[in-house]
Design a protein around this ligand. Sequence first.
Ligand code: AMP
Length: 219
Amino acid sequence: MSTRCMAEPRILILGAPGAGKGTQSSRLAAHYGIEHITTGAALRANADMETAYGTPREYMETGELVPDPVVNEIVAAAVAEADGFVLDGYPRNLEQVAFLEDAVSLDVVLMLEVGREELVRRLSGRRTCEECGENYHMEYDPPAEPGVCGACGGGLVQREDDTEEIVRERIRVYEENTAAVVAHYDERGELVRVDGEQSPDAVWADVQSGVDARVPSET
Ligand code: AMP
């Protein structure tokens, strides 16, 4: 039994690419005052780093997973520095699960559920600010001025791996590798399933109540 102070929860958020993990993780980080650890953003920031396996970019541009040792090192450093955190985009296979379980214990495992065609619609319509990283959607959440970020005035671009062809490959890779991760937490009765096809505010209400039910507030 952990005697750790529970004011800063350790949360894992699972879900396919496009399920809304980034949006809900930002809200979790702000609400609970915890770190947002996201392997996708960390890898994009270090896309041209030379590793024993080549650069992360070589994998990311085709939608394949970056080799475990590269990703595990990023996560080990990040969780060592954080008390509470929300982990987004990791673990994506059972080897990463084993590494994570050796490194840290979790308080809550959330799973955002969204159907495949909705994922494709969300990701292939997504546009991202190249300055601040804010996301928009051409149809569901367009910027007031076309091509311009409403938050900072930066230019909006399509992420290289958000084209429909690569999106479908990312979802295939997710289903092939990450279904086992979901099953692992499900078998242990640790999974909190959330309907990710609701509005962002409705998803947030379910996410927050899922966390609060498992993490006693500090009194
Ligand atoms: P994301 O933004 O989470 O969709 O990640 C974008 C890309 O980064 C993925 O398609 C992978 O190439 C790579 N990536 C992110 N997280 C991981 C991970 N945990 N393991 C391996 N590759 C990852």
